[in-house]
Design a protein around this ligand. Structure first.
Ligand code: AMP
Ligand code: GLY
Length: 426
């Protein structure tokens, strides 16, 4: 099979790394890819905004399956356009992408299909939103409706913070259109987990769980980021809770999609809060998580390519995948200043001396003078496995600390301690 992976992050590098191991693979392309993916396949300069051009390219190069990493092309309707041209693509249609792209739409969907989630009200008027806040007991959460790269959610410990969020999103329009509508939502105490399943339009195949670390600095301090690290291991979730998530969340979500005539063929990523009342959906994403993918795929025993192909074709027979028992820890190395402003063009150190078992996934890197240079903030995900979380953690930090990181930083507490639910909310 000829496979095209769309995107340029570490998630796409990890997808490519896994697919490269498939015995069904003939040729692997990335668009646009990065200097890490160039070591696995061929990078192609395609404009991700120009879907028609991408489809023409895929036709001309006899692509058997296109796998979409980021959400934007999905919302732009890449599935719809490729589908019309008879091209097989892994990723939901434009309407399916609304599960991620509109929090108001998604909340209505959750409510309609009785899927457990936080209670919320939606607003289009800043005045009404501010009025509502006057009657609320904090903490509560203000969420911009649209895509906002992690900047659209404010957990408010005081009413004033809520008013400020409304002002910023709805009046000053700091997020543009994304903040024109908002949700004001009940705060859910609990432990957060990311759950992944493949959907083929009719069925789902359970992939697994991971936890990501969203804050920039150790101890969960600092601003929200795209994710500074992740962990995945077998006892992150017990079997009873896993079954509860399948029964109360995944099954009704799939039913809802079918009832809405949304032909969803892709990955569903549910951000879930494990609360005392059971699991509740915080958000849906319509793509693989980053950096969750970097720990989840190395845990997978089987060939990923047939699974993605079956999902795209609508003939998934697998109900779940086998995951390795080892623990996996991923640490993201980011440019100093991220998620604020940061400088570009800094070289990554030479990673050749690291043990081979340490995985390294690049994000937005390019080559200059034979070195991998950064273009984005999050630049490298380093992954190790071990017999325990502690063992995996030791290995990953040993590798990272053996290099010097001018201009880069990373969290030192990924996988260090799992804070029990109660302590976290006190
Ligand atoms: P979201 O983009 O909706 O996942 O929100 C970003 C982050 O805000 C989540 O990962 C949670 O840590 C937090 N969050 C969102 N909604 C809630 C909620 N209802 N209760 C508590 N925390 C929340
Ligand atoms: N890990 C968070 C995300 O991919 O959105």
């Amino acid at each position: 099979m000829n496979v095209l992976i769309i995107g340029q992050g570490a998630r796409e590098h990890a997808l490519g790394w896994k697919i490269k191991q498939s015995r069904h693979l003939t040729k692997l392309y990335f668009a646009p890819g990065n200097s890490g993916t160039a070591l696995l396949g061929e990078n192609v300069k395609l404009d991700l905004k120009d879907i028609a051009q991408m489809a023409d390219w895929a036709l001309a190069h006899q692509i058997d399956l296109t796998i979409v990493g980021p959400e934007d092309p999905l919302l732009d309707g890449i599935q719809n356009v490729f589908g019309e041209k008879g091209l097989l693509l892994f990723g939901p249609s434009r309407q399916g992408a609304l599960l991620e792209a509109s929090k108001v739409w998604s909340k209505d969907f959750l409510r309609k299909y009785k899927i457990p989630t936080a209670y919320a009200q939606s607003f289009v008027s800043p005045k009404e939103a501010k009025n509502y806040i006057q009657h609320l007991e904090p903490p509560f959460v203000v969420k911009a409706d649209g895509l906002a790269q992690g900047k659209g959610v404010v957990v408010c410990k005081k009413r004033e913070e809520g008013e400020q969020a409304v002002q910023k999103f709805m009046v000053e329009k700091k997020l543009g259109q994304a903040g024109e509508k908002i949700l004001i939502e009940e705060f859910l105490p609990g432990e957060e987990i990311s759950v992944f399943a493949l959907l083929d339009g009719q069925r789902f195949c359970y992939l697994g769980e991971a936890r990501d670390y969203k804050r920039a600095h150790d101890g969960d301090e600092g601003p929200n980021t795209g994710g500074m690290g992740s962990i995945s291991f077998s006892s992150l979730l017990d079997e009873k809770r896993r079954e509860e998530i399948k029964e109360k969340i995944l099954t009704p979500t799939l039913k809802g999609l079918v009832s809405e005539k949304i032909d969803y063929r892709g990955v569903l990523y549910a951000g879930i809060m494990l609360t005392y009342e059971g699991p509740k959906v915080l958000e849906f994403n319509v793509r693989f998580g980053d950096p969750e993918t970097q720990v989840l795929l190395p845990r997978m025993q089987e060939d990923l390519l047939p699974l993605l192909l079956h999902a795209a074709k609508g003939n998934l027979t697998e109900k779940k995948v086998e995951l390795r028992l080892e623990a996996f820890v991923a640490v993201v190395v980011a440019a100093n200043g991220y998620p604020g402003t940061y400088e570009k063009g800094f070289p990554l150190p030479d990673l050749e001396k690291w043990p081979l078992e340490i995985l390294r996934f690049h994000a937005n890197t390019f080559l200059g003078d034979g070195k991998h240079l950064n273009e984005g903030g999050r630049t490298l995900t380093v992954v190790a496995s071990g017999n325990s979380l502690e063992d995996a953690r030791k290995k990953v930090y040993q590798a990272i600390e053996s290099s010097s990181w001018d201009h880069y930083f990373y969290r030192k507490d990924i996988g260090a301690k799992l804070v029990p639910m109660k302590a976290r909310n006190e």
